[in-house]
Structures are given as structure tokens and as C-alpha cells.
Design a protein around this ligand. Structure first.
Ligand code: NAD
Length: 283
């Protein structure tokens, strides 16, 4: 029976770090502040915003939420971003995406000031992840994968890791972070053939395909550590589920992150930590 790699204890340990950092900053008259910019009222965005606000509050990080109407113009969006870029009391900016189709998300992403890019979306931050220079911040979800493995003492060096998903938000940066830590990494994606044959070879399997329940027993072998990044609302049961069928994985894998209560909980704790680290860098 797989050990549950719960996100709560990992998030709590990260929050302790953030509290300590926020305490140092308070002594220097600075309160780390994250601006969350949302366009429209997508339930997913609002739920992520609530989770992040709660986790930041527990860590001594202020969250300032700004919401623009669904039909906002590109110009007004860019103005709002520019105002946050210039505001010295704001240390981190999270732009919730995807944006409505009439907006140019690429232009918005590129407009973020790199020092304030606490979710690692700009090219500069991603370059830091790919070169290993340590400049900028890694995307929070990708970093959450590594933080969970480290917290539970699961070795990465020399292990075979298979990452399903090649997005710049999760799959690709997670693969780079695992490789930087000495894993031999295979990235699988929608064009990959014979996926189960590849995933069965993994010591560490990271599922970030965004397909509910796509990982079943045929993808798994005993002893594996499975990190399930997927988050889906199951329309039949109205519960949250991952990319991995937990009923199939639990009897086979050695360890598995639950959904909910796994990667998602850690992601927002990392966002708070990055904001405090950004505030320190901006002193
Ligand atoms: P995305 O849609 O941008 O990317 C999905 C990737 O999976 C693509 O690269 C695609 O090639 C690959 N893929 C799709 N179907 C596949 C298949 N059948 N076989 C192999 N590869 C396949 O999604 P994303 O933004 O990377 O997010 C992935 C998942 O992670 C989603 O479920 C999302 O909700 C979740 N997510 C969770 C958190 C968190 O905090 N836990 C944060 C961000 C995203």
C-alpha cells in the first residue's frame, strides 16, 4: 500500500521558513507583499487565489488582490501590470492565467518585472531554471515536485524520473529541476508512443498531463514514487481528482501524493516563500 506523501507537512515546513524570513524583513521595516491580478471570475482562479491568500497570511505575507473585468482591454491590463511593476510596496506579482481569449497573454507575461516574477513565468526566470544559474524563481508547481521528494527523503540523484507533460508551467521546468538534482529524466507528452512502457521504467513518476485518471495500473511498477500534479473536478462525483487513478496506484506504488492535499498545498506555500525571498532581494 503506497505511503501518502501529503502536502500539508511540506507546506508547513516551507511556511516556517517564510515566517522566519518575514520576521527578518519586518525588523527592516518591510512586509513582503504579493499582488494577485485576476481577469474575470473563473472559479478555478478564485479558488487558487483564496488558497494562496490563506497560505500567505499564515506566513506573514500580505496579499493584495486586484480584479479586472472579463472584457478588459489589453491596454488596461498592461497599465495595471505596469502600475504593479512600479509599486515599490509590491514585491511579487501573480497574474492568474489563462487569460480570456481576446487578450494577448504572451505580451502580459513578458511585461512582468523579472524581480517580481515569483511564479517563474517570464523567459528570464525560465532561463534561470534551464541554465541552473539560480537567477529568478522556478515555477511554483514545478518546484513543489522537488520539495515534496526532499521533504520525505526520497532520493533524486541517479534515479530514473519520467515526467508526463511538457508545459512551461509544470512539465518542462519540473524535468529540469529533477535533472539538476542528478536524475536521469525522460519527458513524455501527447506525441509519446507506448507511454506505459516508459512510465513503468521510472523510479519517480511525475504526472502532469492534465488528463483525469489517465494513469492506471498498466503505467506502474512496484516501488515507484508517484507525484500527481493533475487537478480535476470530477463531474460525476463532484470531487477533486488527479491524473493518477489512486485506487489503481495505491496497491502498486511505494509512495503517492494525494489529490487533493498533495502538490497543490505545497504550490501556494512556495509562492509565499518566493514573495518573501523577492522582498529580500529587492532591499
Ligand atoms: P497543459 O495542458 O499546459 O500541459 C499538459 C501536457 O501534458 C502537455 O505537454 C501534453 O503534451 C501532455 N499530455 C496531454 N495528454 C497526454 C497524454 N495522453 N500522454 C502524454 N502526455 C500528454 O497543462 P499544465 O498547465 O502543465 O497542467 C497539468 C496539470 O497540472 C493540470 O491538470 C493542471 O490542472 C495541473 N496543475 C496543478 C497545479 C498544482 O498546484 N497542483 C498547478 C498547475 C497545474
Amino acid at each position: 500500500m503506497a505511503v501518502a506523501l501529503k502536502g500539508g507537512p511540506v507546506a508547513s515546513a516551507l511556511t516556517e521558513k517564510t515566517i522566519a524570513l518575514a520576521g527578518d524583513l519586518a525588523a527592516r521595516g518591510v512586509t513582503p507583499t504579493l499582488a494577485v491580478l485576476r481577469v474575470g471570475e473563473r472559479p478555478e482562479d478564485m479558488s487558487y487565489e483564496r488558497g494562496a491568500a490563506k497560505r500567505c497570511a499564515a506566513a506573514g505575507v500580505i496579499v493584495r488582490s486586484a480584479a479586472l473585468p472579463e472584457d478588459v482591454t489589453q491596454e488596461a491590463l498592461m497599465d495595471a501590470l505596469e502600475a504593479l511593476n512600479r509599486d515599490e510596496s509590491v514585491h511579487g506579482i501573480l497574474l492568474l492565467r489563462p487569460l480570456p481569449a481576446h487578450l494577448d497573454g504572451e505580451a502580459a507575461r513578458r511585461a512582468l518585472r523579472p524581480e517580481k516574477d515569483v511564479d517563474g513565468v517570464t523567459d528570464g526566470s525560465l532561463a534561470g531554471v534551464f541554465t541552473g544559474s539560480g537567477r529568478g524563481f522556478a515555477p511554483c508547481t514545478a518546484q513543489a515536485v522537488v520539495e515534496i521528494l526532499d521533504h520525505y527523503g526520497i532520493g533524486i540523484q541517479g534515479r530514473r524520473a519520467v515526467v508526463i507533460g511538457r508545459s512551461l508551467v509544470v512539465g518542462r521546468p519540473a524535468a529540469m529541476l529533477l535533472m539538476a538534482r542528478g536524475a536521469t529524466v525522460t519527458i513524455c507528452h501527447s506525441g509519446t508512443e507506448a507511454l506505459p512502457e516508459i512510465t513503468r521504467q521510472a523510479d519517480i513518476l511525475v504526472a502532469a498531463a492534465g488528463r483525469m485518471g489517465m494513469i492506471g495500473p498498466e503505467h506502474l511498477t512496484p516501488g515507484q514514487t508517484v507525484i500527481d500534479v493533475g487537478i480535476h473536478q470530477d463531474p460525476e462525483t463532484n470531487t477533486l481528482r488527479g491524473d493518477v487513478r489512486s485506487d489503481a496506484a495505491e496497491p502498486i506504488a511505494a509512495a503517492l501524493t494525494p489529490v487533493p492535499g498533495g502538490v497543490g498545498a505545497v504550490t501556494s506555500a512556495i509562492l509565499a516563500l518566493h514573495t518573501a525571498q523577492a522582498a529580500k532581494r529587492q532591499l
